[in-house]
Structures are given as structure tokens and as C-alpha cells.
Design a protein around this ligand. Sequence first.
Ligand code: SF4
Length: 190
Amino acid sequence: MTWEDLERAAQNCTRCALYETRTKLVFGVGVRDADVMFVGEGPGENEDLQGEPFVGRGGQLLDTMLTLIDLDRRRNVYIANIVKCRPPKNRDPLGTEQEACIGWLRAQMDLIKPKIVVCLGRIAATVLIKPDFKITREHGQFFDINGVQYMALYHPAALLRDPRKKPETFDDLKALQAKIRELCPGTYTR
Ligand code: SF4
């Protein structure tokens, strides 16, 4: 399946009830052959209106975090979510919604073939790394899953709620930068 076929099919998705309340489906943003992929849990209000992930205050913080380690959503990474339609009132996506939607993300990953996947927040980490992932203890650690390096950062919204987590996240970003230099230095020459 080509990227265009995949996106067209996703845009018409009715696999779970979230299609009924979405304004825009949020497929993802970035370069389609990126070696580094970021995955959040789902769109919020601004994302639902604009059809792009991480565009509100949390998105601005994410962009700042990316800039700190010379990453940019338009240049050298791809950003998507576990679910592509906004859960009402920004609640966590239900397990059934995650299960219904994960196939789209897996198909994107099959096409992108990232070497490093960064989970943004606990929910993405429990889906992609392991069900009992503990974000407070295991953020910043790398997990090898079928030859792909996975790690998790605190979700930008959590950093906005509790800025005391920022120094730890800065250390995690530095570790991520070192891993990118080791495994996919081409990320920094785009
Ligand atoms: S959240 Fe995912 S599975 Fe549910 S309707 Fe949207 S694209 Fe389809």
C-alpha cells in the first residue's frame, strides 16, 4: 500500500465511535522517511480543528524540545498518535479505541521504518513498549523491540502541568540526541 492509499483510507475510517465527533482526522506530520518517529496518545481540541498533531500549547513545547536537539517536524522527524480522532473532552482514549486505531499507526511505521520511536507520555509507552510501563521510573530508558529502539518522554502536557519534570526531560533529550547520532546520523544532515 502506498502512503497516499493509506492516508485516503484512514481519512474515511469508521472503525470506532470517535469518527462521529471528529472535526478533522489527525493522520500525522513530518517526513515520511524519517529515522526518528514521535508518538503521542491522541488529538486534542486544537489538533482536531487543524488536522495536525501537537499544535496547541503542548505542541509549542514539543517543538521547543525538538529544537533543543536539532529536530524539526518539517525537516527530520515524523509525529503521529495512537488514536487519530479526538476523544471527547480530551479524555484518555479507551482500550477499544486504541485497539481499533493502532493498525493505522502500525501501517505508517511499516512504511516509515523508523530506527528510533519516542513515545510521548504513558499511554503511548504502554501500547508500544510494554503494558506495565511506568513513566516516572522508565522515561529516558531505551528498549530494543525487534531491532528498533523505543524510549518514552513525559508528555508535553504533563511538563506544562508540572515544570519540575523539565530537568529530567532535558537529560532524556540529550540521551535521545546521542542515540540519534549513534544510529541515524543522517537525521542531522537533512
Ligand atoms: S480513532 Fe482511529 S479507529 Fe477510531 S475512527 Fe478515528 S481513525 Fe478510525
